[in-house]
Design a protein around this ligand. Structure first.
Ligand code: XIL
Length: 400
């Protein structure tokens, strides 16, 4: 799997896989987490920005952010868009296992440290993405034994949450556990964690994360639940069943993240999807939109027509789904077409048949606003205000 984290400059050897964490170290971490939670939401948001329009409705708005973009010629413009339009940022790459742990006894915190520093310098809240994911894993994890995977899971969560304790309001503790094509019971994704530990890896990860970060929102994040086709139906059913099984065992899951990578080639029925969101809310979980973008690979026509169609899909999705005031945050997967994962030729399905670049986001490749920006802004003005919820950073910002 390709590792996009540039600048692997300083690597520290760690006593990672192979050495058990002491009970004392574990208790120290848990104790120091109490009361260490720091508020990271910003004090002021421009009322005409996407974050400002969202905050006026009690919704936290943001996007994924990749620190290596700061080193490219467009770095300052990139940063400026996040300062202006976002209240929270999600870590796109720097916290993933393949980036943090490129080799068994190596851990590279440089990109993640820069990510957290950018958030702190600019008063942005952080969604930590992601602790445990059975995809995008470094090759060396694929041959580990059961005990080694068990140790990796524990050591990884402890190491990351200890280092960034109190600095993220939300953690994606488990990402994308569902993958029907792997043909496992419950449609669970195959990978080092599920493969060695079975479904229990999910409970282990959440329980440990809760001990270290009692105040952060712990989220299970899932993809492909949105489409009105057989694939979407299987994902929706499998995710709901998984959450029920976990909650029945008392696993401390606070929220479910729905990624919402929309694709123009798929059919949608957003009213039906909104009903699904309501079902998830009935479980007592927060529901958040975590990775919204619109892959326009199937749209033909001029750039203006494509932009209009993408904008229309954003508009329909947001006005329908965010009509439910319980959804407390909306995060896009990047802000600009220049930095979208769809600009990466190595990503499956990223390229259009006509060879032109996808136009999935509110800013174009030159960081100019597109119709999608206006569609998102208009939708944010139309949606109802959220009820003030504990831990809802946007409501807190508005109240100040
Ligand atoms: C993607 C990044 O955008 C890519 O740059 C990287 O190569 C692979 O991961 N679902 C997720 C995200 O949860 O972490 C993925 O991000 C996109 C799909």
């Amino acid at each position: 799997m390709r590792d996009k984290s540039q600048n692997l400059t300083r690597r520290a050897a760690i006593t990672g896989t192979g050495s058990a964490l002491s009970v004392a170290a574990f208790s120290r971490l848990s104790a120091s987490a109490q009361g260490a939670q720091k508020k990271t939401d910003r004090n002021q948001v421009d009322s005409k920005s996407l974050a400002g329009l969202a905050a006026a409705k009690g919704l936290a708005f943001g996007a994924s952010f990749a620190v290596h973009e700061l080193d490219r010629p467009h770095g300052e413009r990139y940063a400026e868009i996040y300062r202006h339009d976002c209240q929270v940022i999600a870590s796109e790459l720097c916290l993933k296992l393949a980036v943090l742990r490129p080799a068994p006894h190596v851990i590279d915190f440089d990109p993640a440290d820069r990510f957290f520093a950018f958030a702190a310098e600019n008063g942005l809240g952080v969604h930590g993405h992601t602790l445990i994911w059975d995809d995008y894993v470094p090759d060396w994890t694929k041959t580990l034994s059961r005990d080694e995977v068990d140790h990796l899971l524990n050591a990884h969560i402890l190491t990351v949450l200890e280092r960034y304790q109190g600095k993220a309001e939300t953690w994606d503790v488990v990402n994308e556990p569902i993958a029907p094509w792997d043909k496992n019971p419950g449609n669970l994704r195959q990978g080092p964690f599920y493969g060695r530990l079975g479904e229990d890896y999910i409970a282990k990860a959440f329980r440990l994360a809760r001990q270290i970060e009692p105040n952060a929102k712990l989220r299970l994040n899932e993809a492909q639940t949105e489409s009105a086709d057989e694939n979407g139906a299987v994902f929706r059913k499998s995710l709901l069943a998984l959450l029920k099984r976990q909650l029945d065992q008392g696993v401390p899951i606070d929220a479910v993240g729905l990624q919402c990578h929309l694709q123009t080639k798929r059919p949608y029925d957003f009213e039906q999807f909104a009903d699904y969101v309501a079902e998830l809310l009935e479980l007592g979980l927060d529901v958040e939109i975590t990775e919204l973008d619109v892959n326009d690979n199937a749209y033909t026509g001029s750039l203006a027509q494509r932009d209009q169609q993408v904008a229309a899909l954003y508009s329909k999705f947001l006005t329908t789904v965010l009509a439910n005031p319980a959804i407390s945050s909306l995060v896009l997967w990047q802000m600009s077409d220049a930095t979208s994962w769809m600009a990466d030729p190595n990503i499956r399905d990223s390229l259009r048949a006509d060879g032109r670049a996808a136009r999935p986001l509110p800013y174009d490749k030159n960081f100019q606003r597109k119709k999608a920006w206006t569609a998102i802004a208009d939708a944010l003005e139309k949606i109802p205000a959220r009820a003030a919820r504990k831990g809802n950073a946007a409501s807190d910002a508005v109240r100040r």
